[in-house]
Design a protein around this ligand. Structure first.
Ligand code: NAD
Length: 361
């Protein structure tokens, strides 16, 4: 267990996830962001310099390239690792696993992201589902954006013993906004031909007793993912019970088509209007007016902001591995408070709870 009041953190890989993790760590009053490492030399890493984050070079070539364009380099990745308690690896898929021996040699605790396999750490993490099991471990993997969202929603039902069998269809974004000039697709949808898609089995690395199958595809948009879950229940669950179970779980917030939030783009526009950094949505947005039940199943439609949903999980994972906070609830509350994570997005003008459900029972 780390005893210092301030956990010293490194972020390796300052891309879509890493830059957000760095900002979130910098917000925590029980953590210090010692530095970020990468190997690019363009605007992406120069933003870290603008933010005042010490920049380290992950490779010798990276260092030479950074210095050639005037980026102040604080040192090598190994020098960064020698100063920290934990490293959040946010490098691309497969590179993270290659970094494992380096982290072990440095004696730092390590967190990987969902592009790596479960085996990289032997423990897959979603704060609300299995924080306690990560306490004092040497490493853990924060699961992917899709698996995080599935786990949050299904754990909210599973903890009541309601999930007999879950089925979900996932429509993924084609590419991330920053790189959409390089790749993506247009005017089509690409189905995954492996059934189940990997997200269902991945959710079982967090909740082993969950019966789940997922199917997936990708479409020509880059704002986020959407999931449609059909959950066979162990007993008839009323719409009000479903709504309360989701409302009572962390990091799930309702949105309503009746508020004009009719599509992925409108919800992201709301995040921008709320002045969220980068338009991020760390919560799973569940369409309250699309919730439905019958005597065998419940139906849930939700939006997953892939660029940001795993960021609060990574912050909680730092607390769990280092043991500085033993309670999942307290860590989640602390992270949520610091980042502005909410249960409702339009609280000052919301109608009375429950009235939006009229006609859907
Ligand atoms: N983008 C998403 O929607 C998303 C969502 C959840 C999880 N993830 C996972 O997060 C991880 C990171 O994904 P991303 O989307 O942020 O990738 P990214 O490509 O946006 O960022 C990766 C960063 O790592 C840097 N990098 C490359 N090689 C490196 C090395 N050897 N050492 C240090 N830095 C290096 C790159 O220059 C880049 O800045 C992956 O495991 C991915 O599967 C991504």
């Amino acid at each position: 267990m780390v005893t210092s009041a301030c956990v010293r953190v490194a972020v390796n890989g300052y891309g879509v996830i890493g830059k957000r993790v760095a900002d979130a760590v910098a917000l925590q009053n029980d953590m210090t962001l010692v530095g970020v490492a990468d190997l690019v030399t363009d605007y992406r890493i120069r933003v870290a310099v603008e933010r005042g984050f010490p920049v380290y070079a992950a490779t010798e070539e990276g260092r030479a390239g950074m210095e050639a364009v005037g980026i102040p380099v604080a040192g090598t990745l190994d020098e960064l690792l020698s100063q920290v308690d934990v490293v959040a690896d946010c490098t691309p898929k497969k590179i993270g696993a290659e970094n494992r021996p380096r982290y072990q040699a440095a004696g730092v605790k390590s967190i990987w992201q969902g592009g790596e396999k479960h085996e990289v750490a032997g423990y897959s993490f979603v704060a609300q589902a299995n924080y306690a099991g990560a306490l004092d471990r040497d490493s853990a993997r924060v699961v992917s954006c899709n698996t995080t969202a599935l786990t949050r929603v299904l754990h909210a039902l599973h903890r009541h013993g309601w999930v007999k069998r879950a089925r979900a269809t996932l429509l993924r974004r084609a590419t991330d906004p920053w790189e959409s000039h390089m790749s993506g697709m247009i005017n089509t949808v690409v189905p995954e031909t492996t059934v189940p898609s990997h997200q269902g089995p991945d959710a079982r690395t967090v909740m082993p007793d969950l019966d789940i199958t997922t199917m997936a595809g990708a479409g020509p948009y880059n704002l986020s993912h959407i999931h449609f879950a059909m959950v066979e229940t162990t007993r008839p669950v009323s719409l009000d019970e479903l709504r309360r179970a989701l409302e009572g779980a962390p990091r799930i917030a309702f949105v309503r088509a009746s508020d004009g939030l009719v599509a992925l783009n409108s919800v992201i526009e709301l995040m921008r209007d709320l002045n969220r950094p980068r338009g991020d949505m760390w919560e799973v947005a569940v369409w309250e007016d699309a919730l439905a039940v019958d005597d065998r199943e419940v139906y849930v439609t939700f939006q997953v902001h892939n660029e940001s949903i795993v960021v609060p999980e990574t912050v909680d994972c730092i607390r769990a591995l280092t043991g500085v906070e033993r309670s999942a609830e307290r860590s989640i509350a602390r992270t949520d408070e610091s980042m502005g994570i909410r249960k409702t997005f339009l609280s000052r003008s919301s109608r009375l709870a429950g009235s939006a459900m009229a006609g859907h029972a």
